[in-house]
Write a protein of this length. Structure first.
Length: 255
C-alpha cells in the first residue's frame, strides 16, 4: 500500500506571527524543521511533500533537507481557514507534486507541532490499516486521556462578569466528585492518516491513535512556545547529565 506524508503550514499566524520559524533548543532548529523531521523518519511514506505559501519556510526546508522534501506552493485561496478545506489543501498539494492520480494513504502533519512521540506518523498509518480498508471514509486522530480538562468542569461567562455552569452540564453532573468523573479524551495535533481519494475531513469517522498526556505539544501562542522551549531545554540538560530516561521527542535516526 502506497503512503505519502504531507506537511502544511501557512505564512500568516494571528496569535503568534512567524511561529513556524521560531528557534528551539538545543540547536536552534526551527519549529517547521521539527515537523518535517517527523515525516522524514517514517519508514512507510515513499515521499514527503511540504505545502506552504511562505518563501522563508521553503528556504529552510530546501537548505536543511534538500531533495528529500518536495516543496509545493500553496495558493493564496487555500490559506483562508474559513474557506480552505482539508481535502482541497491535500488535493492541491498532490496535484502540484505531480500525483493527481494518487491512490493510497495520505498522512498529514501540522507544521506547528514540534513535539510528538517517535514513530507517530507510521503508527497513525498502521492504525488506519488495522481498523479500516481502502476507500473507507475514516481518519485517524491523536487522542490523550484527560481528567482536569473535563466537560463536567465547564463554565461560561455572563454579561455581568460572573461565571456560571455551561448550559450543557446537568444538575447531576455538577455534583459528581472529580475522582468519579468518567474518562474523557482530548484530541491533539498528532498526524492524521486517511485513505485517498475520499470525502473531506469533516465527513470522515475518526479512528483514535492513543498517546500519553503531554506527548504531543502544538504551538499556537507565546505561552505554548515558552512551554516547548522549557521542555526541550530540560530534556537536553537531563540527557546530557545522564539523568533523563524518558521518551525522546526527536526522530530516531539522522534525517
Amino acid at each position: 500500500m502506497r503512503a505519502i506524508a504531507i506537511i502544511y503550514a501557512k505564512a500568516v499566524s494571528q496569535r503568534l506571527p512567524g511561529k513556524h520559524l521560531l528557534p528551539l533548543p538545543p540547536d536552534n532548529r526551527s519549529v517547521i524543521s521539527c515537523a518535517l523531521e517527523y515525516a522524514l523518519e517514517s519508514r512507510l511514506c515513499e515521499r514527503v511533500i511540504f505545502s506552504t505559501d511562505c518563501a522563508m519556510m521553503q528556504d529552510v526546508a530546501r537548505s536543511r533537507f534538500g531533495d528529500r522534501v518536495q516543496i509545493v506552493d500553496r495558493p493564496k485561496e487555500l490559506t483562508d481557514e474559513q474557506k480552505a478545506t482539508w481535502g482541497a489543501i491535500i488535493a492541491q498539494a498532490l496535484d502540484a507534486a505531480g500525483l493527481s492520480d494518487f491512490e493510497g494513504i495520505v498522512a498529514t502533519i501540522y507544521g506547528n507541532v514540534p513535539i510528538m512521540p517517535q514513530g507517530i506518523v507510521d503508527r497513525s498509518i498502521d492504525e488506519l490499516m488495522k481498523w479500516s480498508k481502502p476507500g473507507d471514509p475514516v481518519l485517524t486522530t491523536g487522542v490523550e486521556p484527560s481528567r482536569t480538562a473535563h466537560p463536567y468542569n465547564a463554565i461560561e461567562m455572563n454579561g455581568a462578569h460572573r461565571t456560571r455552569w455551561y448550559a450543557g452540564i446537568s444538575e447531576a453532573q455538577r455534583v459528581v466528585p472529580s475522582q468519579d468523573y468518567p474518562q474523557v479524551y482530548l484530541a491533539n495535533g498528532a498526524p492524521q492518516a486517511a485513505w485517498w481519494p475520499g470525502p473531506d475531513q469533516t465527513e470522515r469517522q475518526r479512528i483514535p491513535v492513543m498517546v500519553r498526556a503531554g506527548e504531543v505539544v502544538e504551538i499556537e501562542d507565546e505561552q505554548d512556545y515558552r512551554w516547548v522551549r522549557f521542555l526541550m531545554s530540560e530534556r537536553h540538560r537531563l540527557r546530557e547529565s545522564g539523568l533523563y530516561r524518558g521518551p525522546d521527542w526527536t526522530p530516531t535516526r539522522e534525517v
